[in-house]
Ligand binder design. Structure first.
Ligand code: AMP
Length: 178
């Protein structure tokens, strides 16, 4: 977990390769649905372009079927859960699969650094939600709906300082989970 721009996707990819996990980014899944013009993609598009979260029931249906189909593989979730109802739903999914969550990592970075990073990324990402206005909106949505998850997972959350180079942050994570 972590706010937009914290480096979740980058670190998740590195950890997935290192530990042979399947990297599940809900943002990537939704962008693929938009590209394929599926019903989910069409529903998700306006929420995403406006910097809002896609409704919980859509995400929970996607993650239920995806995690069920990957039942015997280790996965790293990137960008999910993002709300308390999603976290509750994930607990149920995990329980039904007789599985467990090994680690909850929260990458935190000061807001101004995040905004600068995202504005820089916007120059190459081609993402319609990487404009300054939508970036600010996504930070607000994070604070209101996603930040409370830190308390939801307070018993087993690992806090990671996300300021620094990609490698520095990876080393901080590895120190905590090895
Ligand atoms: P990301 O690539 O993780 O920054 O996600 C991009 C956008 O996809 C977000 O701003 C949301 O609109 C949507 N999205 C991704 N994951 C979720 C989620 N778990 N719940 C709701 N919306 C999501």
């Amino acid at each position: 977990m972590g706010p937009p721009g914290a480096g979740k996707g980058t670190q998740a990819k590195i950890l997935a390769e290192k530990y042979n996990l399947i990297h599940l980014s809900t943002g990537d899944i939704l962008r693929r649905e938009i590209k394929k013009k599926t019903a989910i993609g069409l529903e998700a598009q306006s929420y995403m372009n406006g910097g809002n979260l896609v409704p919980d029931n859509v995400l929970l249906a996607i993650m239920d079927s995806t995690l069920t189909s990957l039942k015997d593989s280790g996965t790293i979730l990137d960008g999910f859960p993002r709300t308390i109802p999603q976290a509750e739903g994930l607990s149920t999914i995990v329980e039904n699969l007789d599985s467990k969550i090994d680690y909850v990592l929260n990458i935190h970075v000061e807001e101004q650094i995040l905004i600068n990073r995202l504005i820089e990324r916007a120059q190459n990402s081609g993402r319609p939600d990487d404009t300054e206005e939508v970036i600010t909106k996504r930070q607000k949505v994070y604070t209101k709906l996603t930040a409370p998850l830190v308390n939801f997972y307070k018993n087993n959350i690992i806090q990671i300082d996300g300021d620094g180079s990609i490698d520095q942050v990876t080393q901080r994570i590895l120190k905590q989970i090895q």
